[in-house]
Design a protein around this ligand. Structure first.
Ligand code: DAH
Length: 366
């Protein structure tokens, strides 16, 4: 950049000062007109108003020699010019090109990055398959909260307080609930069965519903246990629903899920909310019932719990929906573990893989 000659100042009369400042302003404007890039603008800024070496500082030094009576006039003019310069430097950048050629320009000859397609998680896929089977039979889908009250998770399902059946579901409870009555205390639901109660409280019979969802238990993790797992619950309530309906429904559902060769058998069991209760086994899908390592050489695999809805459960609901009169209606319910079914279907040996988020595992389902 050219050096500018700071004009000489003969005296401090108004006319001399006008000429002096005008000359400086002209020099600035001439230089400013030549600026085309942001870098050049920055150079101009440093040259004129840079804190140490800026021209305006040098000009200020010249003016310091002004006699006392001219000081005020000189100061005002100096500040006005400095402000003008600052403003035009600030206003400039919008119209300027970036200094260098952009370094991130696209090279269209490089191979692209192929976007990976998302895929349904094996648990979700299995859940959807189960739901679809029941949807074909006229069931609808319901959901409920994962943080549940003791009332819905236990009491209304006929687990009285302190009943030993509660011990079969090692429960994770929400802290600091002791001040509440037991039925209002919060916990992580141990099964999807509470949604049976919530559904019946909202809708009079007939009800045909499947309830998929996540459940929690305080189980130590190993190859077949996880503190988080998934269930699909089912509930069917109407007039004249019998155990035969339950057997027929589940037998048909298992055939649709695992293939039409699959057979089912029912064993007596116990759940407080069903009476009678049963465990359902299906013929081993790996060996067809001959006996193999997968079915521990029994030919059968235990898959779900079920039973006829206990009249005591209807009694809990009747306060809100009087139509659940156990003398007039009956129903069945069932519950199955989605994780186990997914593991069987896809040959997964460790339940932890379903929750690890490991892409090498998940990519196999894409
Ligand atoms: N809630 C039971 C559990 O988690 C499973 C179950 C069994 C659900 C029988 C039902 C049923 O609806 O009728 O172990």
């Amino acid at each position: 950049m050219p050096k500018i000659d700071i004009p000489s100042l003969k005296d401090y009369s108004s006319t001399s000062l006008d000429g002096f400042f005008q000359a400086i302003q002209d020099s600035f404007e001439k230089e400013e007109a030549k600026v085309h890039t942001l870098d050049e603008l920055e150079d101009l800024r440093i040259r004129w108003i840079g804190r140490k070496q800026g021209l305006m500082n040098q000009i200020g030094d010249v003016l310091k020699r002004a006699p006392a009576e001219a000081r005020k006039d000189v100061g005002t003019r100096f500040n006005r010019l400095k402000q003008q310069i600052e403003q035009s430097l600030e206003a400039e950048p919008a119209s300027l090109a970036p200094s260098a050629a952009p370094t991130d320009a696209i090279d269209i000859t490089l191979p692209g990055i192929r976007p990976t397609h998302g895929a349904e998680h094996p648990l979700i896929r299995t859940m959807q398959e189960i739901i679809r089977v029941f949807e074909h039979m006229g069931y609808s889908v319901g959901v409920g909260p994962e943080v549940e009250t003791d009332y819905y998770n236990f009491e209304a399902l006929n687990f009285p307080p302190n009943h030993p059946a509660r011990d079969t579901q090692d429960t994770l409870v929400v802290a600091n609930q002791q001040h509440k009555p037991l039925r209002d205390r919060l916990l992580l639901r141990t099964h999807t069965s509470p949604v049976q109660i919530r559904t019946m409280e909202r809708t009079p019979p007939p009800v045909r519903i499947v309830i998929p969802g996540k459940v929690h238990r305080n189980d130590a993790a190993d190859a077949t246990h996880s503190p988080i797992f998934h269930q699909v619950e089912g509930l069917c309530v109407d007039e004249n629903i019998t155990f035969s309906d339950l057997k027929g429904t589940l037998d048909q559902a298992m055939k649709e899920l695992f293939g039409s060769n699959v057979r089912t058998r029912f064993f007596p069991s116990f759940f407080p909310f069903t009476e009678p209760s049963a465990d359902v086994q299906i013929s081993c899908i790996f060996c067809g019932g001959k006996g193999c390592r997968k079915c521990k050489h029994s030919g059968w695999i235990e898959l779900l719990g079920c039973g006829m809805v206990n009249p005591a459960v209807f009694e809990f609901v009747r306060g809100k929906q009087p139509a659940y009169d156990p003398k007039k209606i009956s129903g069945f319910a069932f519950g199955m573990g989605v994780d186990r079914i997914a593991m069987m279907k896809y040959g997964i040996s460790d339940i932890g893989l379903l929750y690890s988020g490991d892409m090498r595992f998940l990519e196999q389902f894409a």
